[in-house]
Design a protein around this ligand. Structure first.
Ligand code: BGC
Length: 252
């Protein structure tokens, strides 16, 4: 049975919305319906932190919380901003979150949080070996988890592929922008994942992001030697993973 000691709190900062909920860390599920507030524009660290505070207040949550961010996060400092406001680059964003919210905050890359959740509670269903999670959305996020341990900030969406930043060719946003059919997009994913496989030789690839719901439609066109499966926690994975890392008191 879960107790209040198994409760954590996760927040997912995205380009269009900021979502948060308490998380049951025994079951790996949201303990209450999540709240979503549109991302403020311009999405400066201070403005986003203010929205995060509102979400925490809404649930009366005063403890430590975990927060995802769609860029490199090194020990609380946001280092890149591929698809977010450039004002985050080299900011002590975890410090800003702590100051504005008055709670202890852990900040983690969005794909890393999702990967941790999928390994602990979701699709991967295993902790041993090398698991790679790739999220296909506006960009491509990656999480590398080795025997249950996260290797943070792998950023495999930015591998160079045929002279391009890979995510500009193979992310779900590229499929939409170029109006690619499943077979054409599948070819691009094959090219991408083959490259990744040749570098890392994972035991399992888990694919997340909204388009993972349509896995059955496009996966027949993706030829990989590694077993590939869809994520199961879907758009809750980031919230769950961030809450878990904060609960464990991990600092990245
Ligand atoms: C960013 C990653 C992020 C991914 C998914 C990429 O453009 O560089 O840090 O995980 O998008 O949001």
């Amino acid at each position: 049975m879960s107790t209040k000691h198994d409760l954590g709190f996760g927040i997912d900062i995205g380009g269009s919305g900021i979502k948060g909920a308490p998380v049951d860390l025994q079951k790996g599920k949201l303990a209450e319906d999540r709240v979503r507030i549109p991302t403020p524009q311009p999405s400066t660290p201070e403005a986003v932190a203010e929205t995060v505070r509102q979400i925490l207040d809404e649930f009366g949550w005063t403890g430590p919380f975990g927060c995802t961010f769609p860029a490199v996060v090194q020990h609380g400092v946001t280092r890149t901003a591929a698809n977010v406001d450039p004002s985050w680059i080299d900011r002590d964003a975890a410090g800003v979150l702590r100051k504005v919210t008055g709670r202890d905050a852990l900040l983690v890359n969005d794909a890393d949080a999702a990967g941790v959740a999928e390994v602990e509670f979701g699709a991967a269903g295993r902790r041993s070996g090398v698991v790679l999670l790739a999220t296909l959305g506006t960009g491509i996020g990656s999480a590398l988890i080795v025997d249950g341990h996260l290797v943070p900030n792998t950023e495999l969406g930015h591998l160079e592929l045929d002279g391009h930043d890979a995510e500009t060719r193979a992310a779900d946003s590229a499929r939409e922008r170029e109006d690619l059919g499943w077979p054409e997009w599948g070819e691009r994913l094959t090219r991408y994942f083959t490259h990744v496989e040749n570098l890392l030789w994972p035991d399992l690839i888990v694919v997340g992001g909204g388009v993972s719901k349509k896995f059955a439609k496009w996966s027949p066109y993706v030829k990989t030697r590694t077993r590939m499966i869809p994520a199961t926690l879907l758009n809750e994975a980031g919230i769950i993973g961030a809450a878990l890392l904060a609960h464990r008191g991990e600092r990245r």
